[in-house]
Design a protein around this ligand. Sequence first.
Ligand SMILES: [Zn+2]
Length: 319
Amino acid sequence: MAGEYVKGALEVADGVWAYLQPDGSWGWSNAGLVCGPEGSLLVDTLFDLDLTREMIDVLAGRATPNAPISTVVNTHANGDHCYGNWLVRDAEIVASKACAAEMAKSPPSEMAATMAGVDDAGQVGAFLKAIFGAFNFDGIEAALPSRVFEGELELKVGDRTVKLIEVGPAHTGGDVIVYLPDERVVFTGDIVFHGGHPIIWAGPVANWIAACERVAALGPSVVVPGHGPLAGPEVLDDLIGYFRWLFEEARVRFEAGMTAPDAAADIGTGPYSGWTDSERMAVNVRAVYRDLGATLDMRRGSSGSVFAAMADLYWRSRR
Ligand SMILES: [Zn+2]
């Protein structure tokens, strides 16, 4: 499905809205609203409180009058999908059990502390400032899920059926997709990046491919990605192709004894030069190496951290 890629709400089925934030790069995530007669369901909040407040105001004008947001589903624990939860803390907040555990481990205060130190953090700091400098993390309090599930959970919004399906670990440990079978609309969270490189925080890669196949098997006509413009089901084939390409390119270099950073630089972007955020190849190649049995430290703050590896690729491509 085509659709204008402009900031704001777009109706993807009767009473079902996507909220898009171009350009879909780091932190510029999408969300959604499923309207009901007495309450509505919000899929994800945004990276900071100002952006989330702006979105809620826009969506309030689309919702059934006097039907507040009564349910929030967080598709995963990355801040650009849940830091705005504080503004909807009176709603029931639903997530997978694994997502809730990850949210508890990386509160907004951690991001605020990281960003407070970017000016003293060399090229990594400059990278973080370039990708996250537009957001305001000061004073955000966490609002954690009040209801968790494992596997699948079916909710009702008025007469509408809303299926939550856990497909992680893939992008993160607790990824969930939100599917409306009658409307054939799926909100994928970051299982789908459209127009940019995905980033494999968790993996394994095979599980992300399986997640794409599972979403495709639902037969959606509209795919609302976690980042990027609206799509049709063909976006799932594109991603599966990407992961197969990535895995094969990384595997041959792993078996030849190349280090992960060298492999990422050597692979380049292949047929994906038109996709944004190519520095994520540093993380994605590491993820494949880990799948193949390499022991790599993936923690955010560790020396040789994934952000340092991405900063290397990012600045190299700009020199
Ligand atoms: Zn995201």
